[in-house]
Design a binder for this molecule. Structure first.
Ligand code: AMP
Length: 396
């Protein structure tokens, strides 16, 4: 079911509190080193301003652990926001986030004014979804807008608790995430293929379980592939292995067969003797990895097979690198997959985290249909879970 957005509610003269994701990277002097999270929030904020709302923004930044640690103040964000919006952004650095001064400033706002609250994680109640803090935040406004997809899988005061006290809708960023990720999973153009990689099998098992009910083809690369190769009886040498998950991997392989899902594992791999970029390297077929070698990337034949499958896809979803792409000598598989997705004429969805970073790093971001901004959140979406920060929004 789709959720109400900022375009579905009357905004004129309303006090609107917006949960943004301003968790930006900073250097040791507090300078913002990448402001994409701020720039991408501008369309929602500008829309609210144009509609004559009084706009109160809130976000977390880093992990101040429930204390007013000024290392994590949102002041630099307020300055950058003000430059981008070309207007004053009221900012009161209140250690309590909401105090008398903030309440007075909020009630004195005029239509079109913008204010930013201090880091919501200065309050220990925030990550516990404490009712008192949720109420304090809600007391500042008439409407709640959630536009922070990266924290939508967390039930915190500023993402979930506040919605108990205010009508709640999504901003444009969450609307876009739900549209692309939701459509891809629920009504994909077929063939629907998924490419999964990364190291932690345990994290990806629920994703595989859900996707086996949805996709036509599932390709598994990265460190997690070795647990599946082992489950098929292959020798995997010193490659990363989740021993406890071998049985489950075997079950999933069987389930894929029963469901008619084409499950593809690497047929060849790039291996190294040591876990470092300068290590001696060699390519082996997946069944022939010598005992003292470890697989650190998919091989050329596998990359080509995966590429062909991606080019046939109506929809392709990718989450997790194909190898240790941080080391240039083991980045080829991940590059090849990103390039195939860029070449595809189908819908291409990149889950957040490492795959999103890889696509950006290779300069291919503008060739994708959608790159999710939330690592953990997009993974939970692919697991078929309803994210708490989205569940609380009003249905259309
Ligand atoms: P995850 O957090 O589970 O998505 O894993 C991402 C990490 O997996 C990246 O930092 C990669 O370097 C790592 N990775 C990918 N392939 C391998 C591999 N074959 N062996 C060890 N680590 C890997």
């Amino acid at each position: 079911m789709s959720k109400k957005t900022v375009t579905d509610v009357e905004l004129k003269n309303k006090r609107v509190i917006v949960r943004c994701d301003f968790n930006v990277p900073q250097d040791e002097n507090g300078n913002i080193t990448d402001d994409i999270r701020i720039t991408s929030s501008i369309p929602t904020i500008r829309y609210l301003v144009e509609q004559g709302a009084k706009v109160i923004l809130m976000s977390h930044l880093g992990r101040p652990e429930g204390k007013a640690d000024m290392k994590y103040t949102l002041k630099p964000v307020a300055i950058r926001l003000s430059e981008l919006l070309e207007k004053v952004v009221i900012f009161i650095s209140a250690p309590e986030v909401v105090n008398r001064q903030v309440i007075e400033a909020a009630s004195g706002m005029s239509a079109g004014d913008v204010m930013l609250l201090e880091n919501v994680r200065f309050r220990k109640e925030e990550t516990k979804n404490g009712a008192n803090f949720s109420k304090e935040l809600a007391s500042l406004a008439d409407i709640f807008v959630n536009d922070a997809f990266g924290t939508a899988h967390r039930a915190h005061s500023s993402t979930v608790g506040i919605a108990e006290y205010l009508p709640a809708v999504s901003g444009f960023l969450i609307e876009k995430e739900v549209k692309f990720l939701g459509d891809a999973i629920e009504s994909p153009e077929r063939p629907f293929v998924a490419i999964l990689g990364g190291a932690k099998v345990a994290d990806k098992i629920p994703v595989i379980e859900n996707l086996l009910n949805k996709v036509d083809t599932l390709m598994i690369g990265g460190g997690m592939a070795y647990t599946f190769l082992k489950a098929k009886g292959n020798e995997i040498g010193k490659s990363i292995l989740d021993e406890e998950k071998v049985k489950l991997a075997a079950e999933l392989i069987k389930r894929a067969e029963e469901k008619g899902v084409k499950l593809m594992l690497p047929i060849d791999i790039v291996a190294a003797k040591e876990f470092n970029n300068e290590s001696e390297r060699a390519e082996f077929d997946s069944g022939d990895i010598p005992q003292d070698w470890m697989g650190l990337d998919i091989g050329k034949k596998t990359a080509e097979l995966f590429r062909e499958e991606i080019l046939k896809a109506g929809t392709a979803v990718w989450n997790g690198p194909m190898g240790v792409f941080e080391m240039p000598n083991f980045a080829n598989g991940t590059i090849k997959i990103a390039e195939a997705l860029a070449e595809s004429n189908g819908v291409t969805i990149i889950g957040g985290g490492d795959s999103a970073a890889a696509v950006e790093q290779f300069g291919l971001a503008d060739k994708m249909t959608h790159i999710s901004t939330g690592g953990g959140a997009s993974l939970e979406f692919l697991e078929g879970k309803e994210l708490p920060g989205i569940a609380v929004l009003m249905d259309k």
